[in-house]
Design a protein. Sequence first.
Length: 493
Amino acid sequence: MTEAPIPPKREIKEDEIDRYSININDIIVEIRIVAQEDKPVPQYIASITNISETTRLILEKIRQEFVSRIDVEEMQKFDDKSSTDIRTRFQNEIRKLISKYFPKTDDKTMNMLINYLIEENLGLGKIEILLRDSNLEELVINNHVEPVWVYHRKHGWCSTNVKIPTEARIRHYATMIGRDVGKEITTLNPLMDAHLSTGDRVNATLMPISTKGNTITIRKFAADPWTITKFIKAGTISLEAAAFLWVGIQNELSILVAGGTGSGKTSTLNAVSNFFPPNQRIISIEDTRELTLASNLHWVPMETRLPNPEGKGGVSMLDLVINSLRMRPDRIIVGEIRRQKEAEVLLEAAITGHSVYGTFHANNAEEVVMRMSNPPIGIPKQMLTALGLILVQNRNRRTGKRRTLQIAEITTSGDANVIMQMNAKKDVLERINDSKQTLDTLELYTGMNRDEIEFDLKQKMQILRWMIKKNIEEVDEVGDVMAKYYLGRLKLD
């Protein structure tokens, strides 16, 4: 009887859609984003290129010998003041071990290998690679069975080749993160929300609250923030829409940025803040510091504070909004409007002559009006006219692309008039209605007629086009152009 032939293993088709490298303390990490036909999402593959497999095996042996020499648990009980001394002692011990196994190592390689082992023992291991990639906005550990997930700026959600070996390791990471910022996560307190010194926000949960395993979610602070020129180049907003918002912001119209979770509301708020003039005082209020404004602006960022375990010392968003009105602001930015009192105080500020900006959870302009004017917020519709403009952001669930969905104005009746709307089929933001309120407001307060406003709009489009051509994309570069424009010194070459 002959054996049935074994069918050949089918080769899985793989397309590389992106590739770049990052340098982490002289450790070179190559990042590949690939699409595999048997996987529903792109694969994020990180590999250390300047440490060979043989070297890595020896480093693992060094790590195990190092752990057997030093009582890590005892080290972690030291107070924060001693953490630098602990790290120095670790470095010295590791240096001796590396010299034993690699006696002819030069200083640069020695430091690189020390950094690698320090992160493996004191840091978050391979999670550190993901934290150092500026292209990632979010990283998620769901349990030890699944790979770590990341949200990539260009490619959306990706599954990585990084796995956490055990649930105990995930819990250890959560405990370590919490300890660094004075937070504790235990079986009795299985939820943790922490703000790191880097600006990153961390949420962690322990089993059995999260039934599939311990979780860690890290929303990264944007070290390379979005600007209006990056938005236009990425197709997130059109040139005309950006210029229209510039006209509104220059003339102190208030703007509310709305959208669903992950639609890019805060990024949009950061981008439109590029249009602020440098001769005005700006106060920003956030739960977690996410905004990055140009360094030439007169800007005072403020953050809320949670109460201590005794319930004392808390500083709420409302406390800061009320306090900001005593700080002689020209413009007030509120990270997110959630409650009635916050909305009331902010709209009162707008009515009394301050320009206000904020984000709000709603999927379209009509929903903004509905949510604002009904319980639990319950603001009278007539007060909503102080808002000026509503900018709605959307993330296409199918493509993962973020786009400006609508630009609307609030009419005298408190209703939304949508001026521009995204044509999803064409991927184009189209003008669908004439302005009823905004142009009247601009005419009243600036003295410009319709033709002059249209000319101003076209001039701003020309400047934005020039900025894109010149690759003026970073926050301070854009801020310098805006300062020259407002001072009348901008020359387009």
